[in-house]
Design a protein around this ligand. Structure first.
Ligand SMILES: Cc1cc2nc3c(=O)[nH]c(=O)nc-3n(C[C@H](O)[C@H](O)[C@H](O)COP(=O)(O)OP(=O)(O)OC[C@H]3O[C@@H](n4cnc5c(N)ncnc54)[C@H](O)[C@@H]3O)c2cc1C
Ligand code: FES
Length: 279
């Protein structure tokens, strides 16, 4: 039988966590038991998530492939689909198809020091790789997490930020644009953290995700710090429709972000003839 690539599968919501005023994390499971057992995905991939009557949106899988039996999506309510998803309760269902896109490297990162650099909801796609790395902690070098948001309330995965600090050989550096009373970490954009902690390119890779402006300035800082463009890995967002390389909505030059990405190295992006539109 020919597989229909557009066929969505039903998922049931097992848990909902309010991350910030407009962002929730949904833990879901396929309603079909065989899919719970057989479905697999890679760190950095996304699903097309849909609700009848609302539409469909690409959403990164934020859970780690090393944690089986469920998928997690961290979703910010900004438009028709994401607001309709936010209205759902535990036990409700929605549909999803995928997984789509390429993946963050994993085997290639073994033995390296890793800088995870994220802004706002940009931590969601990177968290899939982070928890995969933490589940194989001994295979990697020193890890630094540099994470920023507008306010302390807008930091996602607050519990995990605390638990990651306790993982051996791991540092978590936080910064916000507007602090609240009692805020004990840095103030300013993520690149301000360069003043607080040593960013050393030796045997290191950096994984960057966040708003385009943050990706741009973090990448420039990494270049200034001596990183090779091939060691700076990022995940890009583009307007997408099909998610599987057919409609052309997501193209940059000759690349389809949904298929050739969303994960790219800066080395690859530098070669795009329209790289000024990427960030
Ligand atoms: C590969 C990929 C992974 C993604 N992962 C996540 C994720 O993990 N969590 C999450 O919350 N979102 C994620 N997004 C973004 C999400 O798919 C879009 O925000 C989507 O359009 C929301 O659908 P909607 O119907 O709710 O909003 P729409 O009704 O489509 O849009 C509402 C408003 O937001 C604007 N908008 C739409 N998409 C974007 C965008 N990407 N950037 C800036 N403005 C936009 C529109 O122009 C419009 O003004 C991802 C996008 C891609 C391509
Ligand atoms: S979203 Fe259709 S080609 Fe990428």
């Amino acid at each position: 039988m020919i597989k229909n690539e557009y066929l969505p599968y039903q998922a049931i919501i097992e848990e909902i966590k309010q991350e910030t005023f407009d962002t929730k994390t949904f833990r879901v499971k396929f309603t079909a038991e065989n899919l719970v057992k057989t479905f697999s995905y890679k760190q950095g991939q996304f699903m097309e998530v849909s609700l009848v009557g609302a539409g469909e949106a690409p959403i990164s899988i934020t859970s780690s492939p090393s944690r089986k039996g469920y998928l997690e999506f961290c979703i910010r309510a900004i438009g028709k689909v994401t607001k309709a998803l936010h209205a759902l309760q535990k036990g409700d269902t929605f549909y999803m198809r995928g997984p789509y896109g390429n993946q963050f490297p994993f085997e290639e990162l073994k033995g390296k020091n890793i800088y995870f650099i994220a802004g706002g909801i940009g931590l969601a796609p990177v968290r899939s790789l982070m928890n995969l790395v933490f589940d194989h902690r001994k295979d990697f070098g020193h890890i630094k997490v540099l994470y920023g948001s507008k306010t302390p309330d807008e930091l996602c995965f607050k519990d995990e930020l605390e638990s990651w600090k306790k993982i051996p050989d791991t540092e978590v550096w936080l910064t916000v644009d507007k602090p609240c009373e009692g805020w004990g970490c840095s103030i300013g954009v993520v690149t301000e953290l360069w003043k607080e902690t040593d960013i050393n390119p030796k045997n290191a890779v950096a994984v960057v995700c966040g708003p385009p402006i943050m990706i741009k300035f973090a990448t420039l800082k990494l270049m200034e710090s001596g990183f090779y463009a091939s060691d700076v890995i990022m995940t890009l967002e583009r307007f997408m429709k099909c998610g599987l390389g057919k409609c052309g909505h997501c193209n940059i030059a000759e690349k389809f972000v949904c298929m050739d990405g969303p994960v790219f190295t800066y080395e690859q992006i530098k070669k795009f003839p329209v790289k000024e539109h990427v960030f």
